[in-house]
Design a protein around this ligand. Sequence first.
Ligand code: SF4
Length: 451
Amino acid sequence: MSFELAKSMIGEAALKQGLRYIRNNPEKNLVNLAKWGERLAREPVHKGYAKQWAEMFADENNNWRQLAVRGINQLAPNVVEKLGVNMFLNAGMLSPERRKQGEQKYGVHIPWAILIDPTGRCNLRCKGCWAAEYDKSQDMDYETLNRVMTEAENMGVNFFVISGGEPTVRMDDLISLAKAHDESVFHVFTNGTLITKERAQQFAEVGNMTFAISLEGFEKQTDARRGKGVFKKVMQAMDNLKEAGVPFGFSGTYTRENTEILGSDEWIDLMIKKGCILGWLFTYVPVGGDSDLEYMATPEQRLFMLQQVRKWRTEKSIFVADFWNDGPFTQGCIAGGRNYFHINAMGDVEPCAFVHYANVNIRDTSLVEALKSPLFMEYQKNQPFNSNHMRPCPIIDNPEWLQKMVEETNAYPTQKNGVTAAQLCRPLHGYAKAWGEIADKVGVEEPIKTT
Ligand code: SF4
């Protein structure tokens, strides 16, 4: 479908009208809308999808139906409209065609999302966090942030992930950027401690900001890594966002110490009760200055998390993504500009938030030129890094690849500690082999058997 055709068929006004209709009575109207879709669809495959959705939305016990109804009821009306348009129309339906046009024009592959850090500063100091390694004295200036986002939108990118450091230490700038880039989605990874009722209300008014708040587990685990009192502040931040109607979720890094907690039903039920719509799970990657291999979740713990997430997807009214174990859904690694990349607060253009090597700095190059950097080209040339998408990562699953790509492209280390790719990758081979033995026995679909 062409860009113009899509625009004419699924115009913003029509989408908003549909969203208003659903909001009036989501329990009933989600089903009605899906049934209309089934009647109107021309292609048998689209008819089939619509039929499945109608059946799913009609089933009160279906967890995805429960999530859709909860989300629509929980979010502020203007947030439902703004995010509906920005996420489904701009970043969803229109972005692929616009990026394709951009690719023809600029001769470079254009990813779907950009992860960018407005600051390396953080008001907390957590064990193993890469943010602690960046130079805290330098923020990315507003003009550069604004320029990158403008260049990105001109290329068809409408999804910005914001990280840090702690991005909310620059709350006013974040809100200004979200307003200035009104057609895009801002997904902010935050420690949540600065999200007051007033700020939550501002986010609701802006309408295109969503949040993922970091937790290590319950109060004991969170406060042990992040500092005393942080868990209670996060619970309050979640209440503030829920009350204001702003979408949010949790972000959890699972380690040897907390995998069974973050993977427990008790944990996910608490997150749903607090109002989380989504959750991000990341396995701990030893890339920081205080890297600790013994802190990594074991391969067996990674398998446990995989099993839990797959179970939750059939039972729980929350969307949980596991950054590594969901490799089959993304056909492997998404970094290096394939689907996303990372710009740190110093401006270094890195393939991934966990890969701290670069060839270029965005302060002195355009986004188009940055996307052509040798390390990105190597990434794209060699993806996927393993034929088994359960082993997607060139850092922890196939460390020989990261070392090779960084060395061959003469990429420089972006962390102050200057860890070389060889120093980073060498200790990870044992883990990669052990996980590989498990992953090669794991089916992409249920049931999961390893014996
Ligand atoms: S480099 Fe590893 S962590 Fe980054 S996107 Fe690729 S698979 Fe994921």
